[in-house]
Ligand binder design. Structure first.
Ligand code: SF4
Length: 485
């Protein structure tokens, strides 16, 4: 059990007025020891909060005068103060097993904690879920939750999770649904394991046993070059096409029987198959946006001005690992708190550094390079082409660090960016989406400061990109959604 440590006290807030300070460790809140940020919020929502804190070696009592429901005005360091519940599965497709050695420790933690499912949209298999957890979820209405299904056949699910409890643990899914908890499901599709007829059976099982599910995301397994599981491999083109066809067939069935499409295929499948993305209506509110479902569609809508606010955050590998609950339980990806729209958010210098150490400051009208993963490039290139501007180009960054099929932008690392940027002109402006950063660091531990060219870090959405390119707030170009092949 670690103590909640205050990281920020909002000026003018009740906490600030009462004298709470960053660095204070909270021993008790209204006489209770909160286990996680959920309990913290419940307790802090009360009127007149009593805090027992430790400041250095001194224990103090701080009484905060506030109204019920008024924000306390203090943020704490992590989302879970007792231990994060780790998973007892050993899935062959687990990406954590495919990380190279030597990355920061937090990246290797295999969580299977319903609280992180509620807070961050992490998927839980429910193999460690308990009666007490169910009671808490129901009592505190921790909804929605996100559950990994993979297969509804108990034997196949147990095999995929490499856990004998895998077959039975979906009984908790039934209990959650029986108690009105909204649950989004996920199927990680592994070719030759749970695709084809098994995917059909799984979706039939969903219709039969779990029709109250809010949605199901079919996502391809992620494979790095460090994969050691011989049965795990990338989809072939026909396999990727078959997944899309299966999903579309089942959408029709679900729509006819339940009134909504239920199952959606990840954007990666459409990119792999070179097929157009479904229209916005198919995504029915983009509930699974953070799971890579409909991100391409929403990015185009944002970029072309069809919507005037970002649809939602885009999560990379960092959804919670470095997890300060700064805003909406999210760690700031870019600690400077700067969108990059005012210039370079990433380094003390505003320009690249030439071989002699001279800082080159890109002019405001310098040509622009947009850095993105190979999948991101397929989405961006048609949108940028519609602008008809030869001073803006998309720079795909091949992921050689992880290799395999890791073409998503959220897995871009500093080493690959440095390699690509070293060959780019020093006087150009470079834009980098923040989805590949956590507190200014890439997955490989490098920072934006270490890149050979200055980059402007942007929130990962079409509106931020539009602003950064100096385009008007809305209007043209029109949103046609092709993928570049
Ligand atoms: S449940 Fe998730 S974290 Fe655990 S082994 Fe499987 S993929 Fe990895």
């Amino acid at each position: 059990m670690s103590l909640p440590t205050v990281t920020l006290v909002a000026p003018g807030s009740p906490a600030a007025a009462a004298g709470l300070m960053a660095g204070d460790e909270v021993l008790r809140l209204n006489g209770q020891v909160p286990r996680d940020i959920i309990e913290w919020r419940f307790l802090a929502d009360e009127a007149d909060v009593d805090l027992e804190i430790r400041r250095g070696n001194v224990e103090l009592q701080i009484d905060v005068a506030k109204a019920e429901g008024q924000p306390l005005g203090a943020e704490v360091e992590s989302a879970v103060f007792d231990r994060v519940r780790t998973c007892d599965n050993h899935c062959e497709f687990c990406f954590i097993y495919q990380l190279p050695k030597g990355l920061r420790k937090s990246l290797y933690l295999k969580d299977d904690d319903y609280r992180l499912s509620f807070l961050y949209g992490n998927f839980t298999t429910l193999t460690r879920f308990t009666e007490a957890d169910l009671e808490r979820v129901i009592t505190e209405r921790l909804s929605p939750l996100h559950v990994s299904i993979h297969a509804t056949d108990p034997d196949i699910r147990s095999r995929m999770l490499k856990n004998p409890r895998g077959g039975m643990s979906l009984r908790w899914l039934r209990a959650l649904l029986d108690n009105g908890i909204t649950v989004h499901g996920q199927i990680v599709v592994c070719p030759g394991v749970n695709d084809g007829a098994i995917l059909d059976d799984t979706l039939a099982g969903v219709l039969d046993q779990y029709p109250e599910l809010a949605s199901i995301a079919c996502v391809p397994l992620g494979l790095s070059r460090f994969n050691k599981e011989p049965a795990m491999r990338m989809h072939t083109l026909p396999e990727a096409e078959a997944v899309i066809d299966t999903v579309h067939d089942w959408q029709d069935i679900f729509l006819a029987t339940l009134g909504h499409r239920m199952v959606l295929a990840a954007d990666e499948y459409y990119l792999m198959a070179g097929r157009p993305f479904p229209d916005a209506e198919t995504y029915a509110g983009f509930d699974m946006h953070e799971d890579g479902i409909g991100m391409a569609r929403t990015f185009a809508m944002e970029f072309t001005g069809e919507v005037d606010a970002p649809v939602g955050p885009q999560s990379g590998f960092f959804a919670w690992v470095d997890g300060a609950p700064a805003a909406g339980y999210r760690a700031p990806r870019n600690p400077a708190g700067d969108t990059g729209l005012r210039g370079c958010a990433s380094s003390s210098a505003d320009g690249g550094v030439d071989g002699g150490g001279v800082i080159l400051r890109p002019r405001a009208d310098a040509p622009i390079g947009i850095l993105t993963g190979e999948f991101g490039a397929k989405i961006l290139q048609p949108l940028i082409a519609q602008l008809g501007r030869d001073d803006i180009r998309v720079i795909p960054v091949a992921n050689e660090f992880f290799g395999g099929n890791t073409a998503v932008t959220g897995l871009m690392v500093g080493e690959d960016l440095a390699r690509v940027l070293a060959d780019e002109p020093m006087t150009h402006r470079y834009l980098l989406p923040d989805v590949c950063l956590s507190e200014g660091r890439f997955l490989d531990g490098l920072t934006v400061d270490s890149l050979p060219r200055a980059v402007s870090v942007l929130p990962t959405n079409g509106i931020a990109l539009r602003h950064a390119l100096g385009l008007p707030a809305s209007g043209s170009p029109t949103s046609t959604m092709e993928t570049a092949r």
